[in-house]
Design a protein around this ligand. Structure first.
Ligand SMILES: Nc1ncnc2c1ncn2[C@@H]1O[C@H](COP(=O)(O)OP(=O)(O)OP(=O)(O)O)[C@@H](O)[C@H]1O
Ligand SMILES: [Mg+2]
Length: 227
């Protein structure tokens, strides 16, 4: 069973009296352990599509099924539930809490999911070790490099064992060496734990770790090329 399924997804936003059509009839699926890049020009709809797959936005038309759970536009609480249980997000800007250490940032993500105390702490430590930050757990974000901050964000996304990992331009703010390290961690952990990974990117380096590349242009998937 695919971890991510989108069938004929369209999305329009109302802008005054007009509708802006951002996604048109997008269908895709990503299997467990598969690493897929989503490429396309600025404004083509990448973040909108990722937000729909990540249960942050609902489609205007079409179906989204995450790990066998259909996400219906009409049901906001189901949407939040699926997001919490099955989805991990990594953003370009890391979005870490500045006043919390690396460990506390990761632990907080578990607390939000209802896991607390020593169990949360141990899982957070393990997740930071998985991304190679076992020796940086007590550091505040300001004392970490960009690449290290992004690795904390990856640990935070993975700590609840989501079946789907979605990343929006995860290497855009780091140099190419740190970017390559991030990409290899992503691939290793997606494969090890059979998580579906979809990476939105402009960075050609991403293709070094993907199984497949999807291209989007003006809200439509245009082509798929293997790597
Ligand atoms: N809430 C909204 N209301 C109206 N239009 C929107 C809304 N959100 C996005 N759009 C429009 O949808 C289009 C696609 O936006 P999106 O953020 O998905 O692009 P993107 O491919 O991620 O671009 P970038 O590479 O610059 O991040 C843009 O033209 C944008 O103006
Ligand atoms: Mg975007």
């Amino acid at each position: 069973m695919a971890s991510i399924v989108a069938e004929n997804v369209s999305k329009s936003f109302r802008q005054g009296r007009e509708f802006v059509h951002v996604l048109e009839d997008v269908s895709l699926s990503v299997d467990p352990g598969e690493v897929v890049a989503l490429e396309g020009p600025s404004g083509s709809g990448k973040t909108t599509l990722l937000s729909i797959l990540g249960c942050i936005l609902t489609p205007s038309k079409g179906r989204v099924v995450i790990d066998g759970h259909e996400v219906l536009a009409s049901d906001g609480s189901k949407l939040a539930e699926v997001r919490k249980r099955f989805i991990g997000f990594v953003f370009q800007q890391y979005n870490l809490f500045a006043a919390l250490s690396a460990l506390e940032n990761v632990e907080l993500a578990l607390n939000i999911k209802g896991v607390r105390g020593p169990r949360a702490r141990q899982a957070a430590q393990k997740a930071l070790e998985d991304v190679g930050l076992g020796d940086r757990m007590g550091f505040l974000p300001r004392d970490l490099s960009g690449g290290q901050k992004q690795r904390v964000a990856i640990a935070r996304a993975l700590v609840g064992s989501p079946s789907v990992l979605l990343a929006d331009e995860p290497t855009a703010n780091v140099d190419s060496r740190a970017g390559q390290a991030i990409l290899e961690i992503f691939r290793t952990l997606a494969k090890r734990d059979a998580r579906a990974l979809l990476i939105v990117t402009h960075d050609p380096q991403v293709r070094t770790v993907t199984d497949r590349v999807l291209c989007i242009r003006d809200g439509r998937l245009t082509s798929e090329s293997g790597t």
